[in-house]
Design a protein around this ligand. Structure first.
Ligand code: NAD
Ligand code: DAU
Length: 354
């Protein structure tokens, strides 16, 4: 893989992936990062790598829905592999404004696949980054395996499910070499503070209410972002073409316990004046419509076939994450000056329940 096209590289996971690939992995080629720069894309997440690897890192602002722009990227950079992260990624946004999710996640993925299949002189590897949300919700028992039937609940997860099916169809119909990964909830540095963990860290630091949806008993399976990046790279290198690999942290937590843990960590690292407990900031608000109860990934296939194991436990990963947000207040300030705060507040944090 000499010229690797990474889509959505200015977002949370894409930026961590590019940083990992250039600074810590055995990848020796060049990365072309194509990103539209939506509210979630922040080129500042990659300033250091752009300075440190000027020969090996190229940024192109391109919308995947603009076929001409993406086709130019292919022509100019002699792409020979793709790692496709770009997506609209936030479930709450998809409930209020699904339009962009259908366009980017379905049509954008289709455009990329078309360019990959029409490549005349070489066969491209296409890695599709997807989510465990395509499987829908679990009850109290059981795990998602690669054979769990798709049953997405939100416009976000339905759009990701559609894109997964199209990627597989391009493998079966046209023989395009593809790999897919379906991962559980990520957390770590550079995550946009609309998602649960960074939102709670930053609100708690400012002494603001911590909005927990419903009764806080929904379960997510948490994975530190660098472990996800290592898994994706492992699958790209060693995964069987046409195959799907589930990625998860084997780390199920109730939302309320995640929030309590963040409160306690912050009380330890940065106590509030007067020693007031941050748990008092927890506020139960109206539930997300169609809120999936529980996600839990069985990643035996990835562990057994490719020998991947996560390096971080939730305890070590969440401490690193909290410390990162405390140490990067300038980044936080710049990100928070965007439009998202008023948007999320308008739509989601008004209906206080208890
Ligand atoms: P993110 O929202 O932080 O970043 C998405 C990036 O894609 C941004 O840089 C944005 O500018 C870019 N983008 C959006 N629309 C685009 C378009 N039309 N053309 C080009 N670029 C566009 O998302 P994330 O959390 O980093 O997620 C990355 C991928 O991983 C997504 O495909 C998501 O479905 C998947 N995923 C995320 C998680 C998670 O917990 N965050 C878990 C599993 C899978
Ligand atoms: O499972 C993988 C998915 O994880 C990814 O595909 C998505 O891109 C990613 O956004 C994430 O989806 P979730 O909806 O699980 O993540 P979010 O951080 O939005 O919410 C996590 C849980 O916390 C969920 O049960 C809803 C709840 N929540 C969320 C927010 C933002 C709250 O209780 N309060 C909040 O303010």
């Amino acid at each position: 893989m000499k010229n690797l096209l990474v889509t959505g590289g200015c977002g949370f996971i894409g930026a961590n992936f590019i940083r990992y690939l250039l600074s810590e992995s055995d990848f020796t080629g060049r990365i072309i990062n194509a990103d539209k720069l939506t509210y979630a894309g922040n080129p500042e997440n990659l300033t250091e790598v752009a300075e440190k690897f000027p020969e090996r890192y190229v940024f192109v602002q391109a919308d995947l829905c603009d076929t001409k722009a993406v086709s130019d990227v292919f022509e100019r950079h002699d792409i020979d592999a793709i790692c496709h992260f770009a997506a609209e990624s936030h479930v709450d946004r998809s409930i209020v404004e699904p339009d962009a999710f259908i366009k980017t996640n379905i049509v954008g993925t289709f455009n990329l696949l078309e360019l990959a299949r029409h490549r005349k002189d070489k066969t491209l590897l296409f890695h599709h980054v997807s989510t465990d949300e395509v499987y829908g919700t679990l009850g109290a028992e059981g795990f998602f395996t690669e054979h769990t039937p798709y049953s997405p609940s939100s416009p976000y997860s339905a759009s990701k499910a559609a894109s997964d099916h199209i990627v597989r169809a391009y493998h079966r119909t046209y023989g395009l070499p593809v790999t897919l990964s379906n991962c559980s909830n990520n957390y770590g540095p550079y995550q946009f503070p609309e998602k649960l963990i960074p939102l709670m860290i930053l609100n708690a630091l400012e002494g603001k209410p911590l909005p927990v949806y419903g009764d806080g008993r929904n379960v997510r399976d948490w994975l530190y972002v660098k472990d996800h990046c290592i898994a994706v790279w492992t699958i790209m290198k060693q995964g069987r073409r046409g195959e799907t690999y589930n990625i998860g942290g084997r780390c199920e937590m109730h939302n309320i316990d995640v929030v309590r843990m963040i409160c306690d960590l912050l009380d330890e690292i940065k106590p509030q004046t007067g020693g007031k407990a941050r748990r008092d900031l927890i506020t139960f608000v109206k539930d997300r419509p169609g809120h999936d109860l529980r996600y839990a990934i069985d990643c035996t296939k990835l562990e057994k076939e490719l020998g991947w194991m996560p390096a971080e436990s939730f305890e070590t990963g969440i401490r690193k994450t909290v410390e990162w947000y405390i140490a990067h207040q300038e980044w936080v300030k710049r990100v928070k000056s965007g439009e998202y705060l008023s948007w999320i507040a308008r739509h989601y944090h008004s209906g206080v329940q208890k």
